[in-house]
Design a binder for this molecule. Structure first.
Ligand code: HMG
Ligand code: MG
Length: 306
């Protein structure tokens, strides 16, 4: 097993896009500053999608402009089409992420087009990104189940992942959108994708709806995956995936990995403080109890790990 992994913090995008109470630009910038201070190096800072569809992500350009560029930190912006790409480029984005689905119905509900049509939209985005010198990541949703179709064929996951990689995505993040995956299935799924694209180009994006996220991550870590998406406080969910709750909590993931001797470079105490503050602004508590426990214990000067 690797002795270090790369974490992609998706809290400011996936974590906030489904919240009843939208956070303003200043609060989102504050959240991201806190994540940088905690040691996160790749942060999905927002999305350039229709504000009619996802009002929570309005103002993403301002978030990115306010943040500016930071040494050693990459801000990734989610874009569905050329309109989103142009907005991301004009706001100064260095990296974007496109998102496809392994399930036809989810593709229709989420981005209003078929899988095939979505690739027609992605091709010019990749071309534009190449010209602008921007890196592109690709997501595949519903890799271990779909809210509309149930089971999703492994073949479809593998094909969509390979097509994203072939288009020029440097990494493909495999999304367990509604968290229905279980460990052996998750490991088998990443092994199947790794037959087509390098394991080093695969990331796992777990939602914790069924409480399986950490177990799935461990199984995929053992299978060779070294990049994992997570969301501070366990916030998150997709408005077009009914029942989808939060992503795996970054704090829980950091706690597990560091406890196993796998280095993340993240300060758990600072991370927990971001979770508590952000959840407070959203008018709720962090989804994962560890955030409040760590924040409380650190206030009392207690050691939190081990
Ligand atoms: P559409 O209606 O098919 O698009 O929506 P259209 O091209 O026909 O345009 C319709 C209107 O949207 C027009 O405005 C466009 O200008 C506007 P109008 O003339 O009606 O005023 N529009 C845009 N506005 C802003 N930014 C854009 C953009 N494109 C068109 N980029 C579209 C297609 C993709 C835009 C729409 O379906 C949409 O925004 N969907 C939201 C998708 C989304 O954000 N979903 C959540 C993120 S994905 C996710 O959570 C999964 C993930 O986490 C992995 C996992 O967990 O599996 C990544
Ligand atoms: Mg997601």
């Amino acid at each position: 097993m690797m002795d270090s992994v790369r974490l992609v913090e998706v809290g400011p995008r996936d974590g906030l896009q489904n919240e009843v109470r939208p956070l303003g630009v200043a609060e989102r910038v504050q959240m991201i500053e806190g994540l940088i201070d905690a040691g996160l190096k790749t942060i999905e800072a927002g999305s350039f999608v229709s504000a009619k569809w996802v009002p929570q992500m309005a103002g993403s350009a301002e978030v990115l402009r306010t943040l500016g560029r930071r040494d050693g930190v990459t801000f990734q912006m989610l874009v569905p089409n050329m309109k989103g790409f142009e907005a991301a480029r004009d706001a100064g984005a260095e990296e974007i992420a496109i998102f496809a689905s392994a399930s036809e119905s989810f593709s229709q509900k989420n981005i209003n087009c078929s899988i095939e049509e979505s690739f027609g939209r992605f091709a010019p985005v990749l071309e534009g990104a190449r010209e602008a010198g921007m890196r592109v990541r690709g997501y595949v949703s519903c890799v271990l189940g779909c809210p509309y179709e149930g089971k999703v064929a492994l073949e479809s996951v593998v094909t969509v992942a390979r097509r994203l990689h072939d288009l020029g995505c440097y990494e493909v993040s495999l999304g367990d959108t509604i968290g229905t995956g279980t460990p052996m299935a998750a490991a088998a799924m990443v092994r199947a994708v790794a037959q087509e694209i390098p394991m080093s180009a695969i990331a796992l994006h777990e939602h914790n709806t069924y409480g399986q996220a950490l177990a799935n991550i461990l199984a995929c870590l053992e299978a060779g995956v070294t990049t994992f998406d997570a969301s501070v406080g366990g916030l998150g969910g997709c408005p077009y995936a009914k029942g989808a709750t939060g992503n795996v909590s970054t704090e829980e993931l950091v706690y597990m990995l560091e406890g196993m001797g796998v280095s993340t470079g993240i300060d758990l105490t600072k991370l927990a403080a971001v979770a508590v503050t952000t959840a407070g602004q959203l008018g709720r508590r962090p989804v994962s109890p560890i955030s409040e426990i760590v924040a409380e214990r650190s206030g009392a000067g207690l050691v939190t790990l081990g």
